[in-house]
Design a protein around this ligand. Structure first.
Ligand SMILES: *[C@@H]1O[C@H](CO)[C@@H](O)[C@H](O)[C@H]1NC(C)=O
Ligand SMILES: *[C@@H]1O[C@H](CO)[C@@H](O)[C@H](O)[C@H]1NC(C)=O
Ligand SMILES: *[C@@H]1O[C@H](CO)[C@@H](O)[C@H](O)[C@H]1NC(C)=O
Length: 426
């Protein structure tokens, strides 16, 4: 079978350049994605949701003046204190990311903290977070990275207050909600790997995803009125084979040999998906008048150094040093698109009261943490019978506890800054 991109390479050098990163991912058999992202068909029943509440201010002592800080550039420095939680603190860590429970022997990866260049990133303060979000509802929406980040946050919050699981959908834990009675704070996770309407490939249906780029996914968007803050996190699912629709017509496809559609890659598709999503958020908030804070978590780099099913696929045990690893290629492109779309949406929402939007720009700091993935410990005790020739590795998601906890430290700092600004405006 010839390259599906061959003609494009000849006629459109710029398109060819855009498509090249995909060939890197072609090394990873698609079966792996089944292991990681479990794309099962899904039947979600929406439940009634708590309506949003009036804002209750936290005590002023929580909020010192925040000067704005660029959290994106910096370095990882040793930190003796270690994580706020362990694998049994919260009971919600997905098995494949509970690395210590699965026998990961080294612990060094737990003792680092992110040091931005011009400022300090404080250690996560669960009480502050809960007080700032008292009577509010925060939702994580996206793919398994959204869930990974949610579980990190949930575990850190659980170290001071116990959440109750108040809703879960029957199937794969893809839609869940917890309530912290101590602060009447709700936190949810919504599975929506494209944010826009999509049909995930399945064993019974077509062997590719179908994306409807001009329709937001109502499985989460229908609940937006009852949500005060949302963290959107997508990316990796856009690498899969897919057919794209816009205006009820086929726009093109990504890796669909055998189908008579034009290969268009996935970068512009990601851009359109985010554009549609942020526009829907803005339009709906404009229509019903209640505010929202929205974050887009930027692309989370994977760290495969060889075959995904060979020993040592992501063997590092220490972060990269400053300057040792540059952000480039697909990681850079995906991040760039997300950051640009957030900036564009900010301009579109400028007159909108109580609408706040920020990119949670974690790509670079995550790129430096090749040591933070489960690797073979995605499965329990993978070497119990010695090292075998084949062993599956997860070099995409993050161990919990692990570097992803830092994402939520930054999340809290931005929320604190928003809160400080809105008090100054009063
Ligand atoms: C986990 O942390 C709890 C306290 O939050 C502690 O009681 C428990 O011993 C720890 N478990 C392990 C395995 O370290
Ligand atoms: C709890 O929070 C919800 C919003 O998440 C709000 O509608 C409700 O009024 C709050 N309850 C109390 C007792 O404040
Ligand atoms: C493929 O699509 C083109 C343009 O839409 C059409 O002209 C052509 O007949 C199609 N080929 C096949 C084999 O369906």
């Amino acid at each position: 079978m010839g390259s599906p991109f061959k003609d494009h390479h000849r006629h459109h050098p710029s398109l060819a350049k855009k498509l090249i990163p995909w060939t890197f991912y072609a090394m990873i058999p698609l079966v792996l994605f089944r292991v990681y992202f479990y794309p099962f068909a899904l039947h979600h029943t929406t439940t009634p949701i708590l309506s949003s509440s009036s804002f209750v201010s936290p005590p002023p002592s929580l909020l010192e003046e925040e000067t704005s800080c660029d959290f994106t550039s910096g370095k990882w420095v040793p930190d003796k204190r270690g994580p706020l939680y362990n694998g049994s603190t919260c009971g919600t860590i997905k098995e494949g990311q509970n690395c210590i429970a699965h026998g990961r022997p080294d612990r060094g990866y737990l003792y680092w903290r992110w040091k931005p260049k011009q400022c300090k990133l404080p250690r996560f303060e669960p009480n502050t977070f809960l007080q700032l979000l008292r009577n509010k509802h925060l939702a994580f929406v996206g793919d398994s990275m959204a869930r990974n980040q949610l579980e990190s946050l949930l575990c850190m919050l659980s170290s001071v207050s116990a959440p109750n699981l108040v809703y879960r959908d029957g199937g794969e834990n893809k839609f869940r909600r917890w309530h912290f009675g101590s602060h009447n704070f709700s936190i949810s996770v919504y599975w929506s790997p494209f944010l826009v309407k999509g049909v995930e490939k399945s064993n019974t249906g077509p062997n590719h995803n179908q994306l409807y780029l001009d329709h937001v996914d109502e499985r989460w968007a229908a609940d937006m009125n009852g949500i005060d803050m949302v963290v959107l996190s997508i990316g990796h699912w856009f690498l899969h084979p897919a057919v794209y629709y816009e205006g009820e017509q086929v726009l093109g496809c990504h890796y669909c040999p055998g189908l008579n559609h034009t290969e268009i890659g996935f970068y512009d598709v990601l851009r359109k998906a985010i554009k549609t999503t942020l526009k829907a958020l803005i339009d709906r908030k404009r229509a019903n008048g209640n505010g929202i804070g929205a974050f887009v978590t930027t692309f989370s780099p994977a760290h495969f150094e060889g075959d995904w099913d060979k020993f040592g696929a992501c063997p590092k045990t220490k972060p990269y040093r400053e300057g040792e690893k540059t952000l480039e290629g697909m990681d850079a492109e995906m991040r760039q698109i997300e950051v640009e779309e957030v900036e564009a949406a900010k301009m579109n929402s400028i007159q909108l009261d109580r609408f706040r939007l920020e990119a949670l720009d974690v790509t670079k700091l995550s790129l430096m943490r090749a040591d933070g993935h489960p690797g073979p410990y995605m499965h329990p005790f993978p070497f119990a019978n010695g090292v075998t020739e084949r062993v599956q590795n997860d070099c995409v998601h993050w161990c919990l506890p692990g570097p992803i906890d830092t994402w939520n430290e930054i999340l809290l700092e931005v929320i604190k800054k928003w809160e400080y600004e809105s008090r100054r405006e009063e």
